[in-house]
Design a protein around this ligand. Structure first.
Ligand SMILES: NC(=O)c1ccc[n+]([C@@H]2O[C@H](COP(=O)([O-])OP(=O)(O)OC[C@H]3O[C@@H](n4cnc5c(N)ncnc54)[C@H](O)[C@@H]3O)[C@@H](O)[C@H]2O)c1
Ligand SMILES: [Zn+2]
Length: 373
């Protein structure tokens, strides 16, 4: 009820929101997605938002599945690649959706990697002030990381992921069948965040990866499903306990402080996963120098990254000084100081009094960088 006291009126909008959602795992899930939407519609028409590569491979199959359930569906795609992750590309797709009669009764199916997921999620935030969306992640990175947690957004000239919002999906479908088409380098890069999950949260998962790296690299479906489930369990647990990244969720940034700098300084020749692999070696060494993360843990981490075909050394063309400079201006730096999330041992991160990140003296960082060459 609108309350009034003298010249002040109050609109009361306190609300309890339940944003819980299911993650569905399997191999060949498109028919299930269609039948689920037939049974529980979330819109009266569906927009598959995808990129040029994934669209070419899978959009028709997903469209056919929805149409065979009598659902209205159309595909909207943009050119693949991070450079498309802009407000302009979103507006272009939104324009096409509008032009095709899509309105506030529609829903988006985000079919693709992290770029598609972030953009399609963002469109679902702004289109008609918000419509539901479903994530159908098609890269290891997207299945392990970006499709869960509700972070959406786009890059701008002022910074990566600078504009965006939190919006949880209605559901996430993790179909491991689509990973078979992933280029090898892309696939291995995605394993970096998977290995990260083992180190930051789950030592048993780390050991599973050590023991089964052959079947993981061979994309054996049981391994892929096991990995997808473990990744989601870990990311889900972390996100549940800290949805807006004020504490525990920072452990997901393990390897990302130096990693982001290396990614940027390589002019993106290193992919995100490759850079994070190097960044984890730097952070692991920092932890080791500060008296945590034993030499055995450090060696085990490096061994698994190498077995997964990931780089662990900083390229010669990138200087230690430049890395330190870039980390200080990183979005997650506090007061111009780079923050590091650091492991105590495999499976456990340092809590730093609930902040899960700490400032580290430049000399320690410098020594860790020097040992990572
Ligand atoms: N929202 C989050 O929490 C979060 C977390 C981590 C990363 N991200 C974002 O994710 C993005 C990176 O995601 P990405 O690594 O998945 O990149 P991506 O979406 O660009 O996909 C990588 C490449 O693989 C292709 N591809 C995707 N699936 C395929 C398949 N099954 N078969 C063949 N080719 C396929 C794509 O077309 C693209 O060329 C970045 O923009 C990053 O900021 C977001
Ligand atoms: Zn990452």
């Amino acid at each position: 009820m609108v309350e009034q006291k003298d010249d002040v009126m109050r609109i009361s909008l306190a609300r309890d929101v339940d944003e819980s959602y299911d993650l569905v795992f399997g191999e060949g899930l498109f028919p299930k997605i269609a039948s689920d939407l037939k049974e529980t519609p979330i819109g009266s028409r569906y927009a598959i938002v995808t990129d040029s590569n994934v669209g070419e491979l899978f959009a028709k199959e997903l469209e056919d599945a929805l149409m065979s359930e009598g659902l209205q569906v159309q595909t909207f795609s943009f050119e693949a690649g991070e450079k498309s992750k802009t407000v302009d590309s979103c507006m272009k797709v939104i324009g096409e959706m509008s032009g095709s009669g899509y309105g506030r009764d529609s829903a988006i199916l985000a079919l693709g990697g992290g770029v598609v997921g972030d953009m399609a999620g963002f469109m679902a935030v702004i289109f008609n002030r918000g419509i539901p969306y479903i994530q159908i992640p098609t890269t290891v990175l997207a299945q392990a990381d970006s499709s869960i947690g509700g972070k959406t957004g786009v890059d701008t000239e002022f910074g990566k992921n600078l504009v965006g919002a939190f919006k949880q999906p209605w559901r996430v479908y993790l179909d491991v069948a689509v990973l078979k088409n992933l280029p090898d380098r892309e696939y291995r890069a995605g394993l970096a965040e998977t290995i990260k999950h083992g180190i930051i949260f789950d030592g048993n998962f780390f050991r599973y990866l050590q023991e089964n790296i052959e079947s993981v690299l061979g994309k054996i479906p049981e391994s892929l499903i096991r990995i997808a489930k473990n990744n989601c369990k870990i990311k889900g647990a972390v996100v549940e306990s800290d949805p807006h990244e004020v504490g525990l969720r920072k452990i997901l940034n393990y390897g990302h402080t130096a990693g982001h700098a290396v990614e940027l300084l390589s002019n993106y020749e290193l992919s995100h996963g490759e850079a994070i692999s190097i960044g984890m070696m730097v952070a692991g060494r920092i932890a080791n120098k500060l008296g945590h993360f034993s030499k055995e843990d450090l060696d085990a981490q490096e061994g698994l990254l190498i077995a997964a075909g990931l780089p662990t050394k900083i390229p010669n063309a990138i200087s230690n000084e430049d890395i330190i400079k870039v980390t200080a201006t990183d979005k997650k730096a506090v007061g111009g100081k780079a923050m590091y999330s650091l492991p105590v041992s495999i499976g456990k991160m340092h809590d730093f009094d609930g902040k899960y990140a700490t400032y580290v003296d430049d000399e320690v960082v410098m020594a860790a960088l020097q040992s990572s060459r």
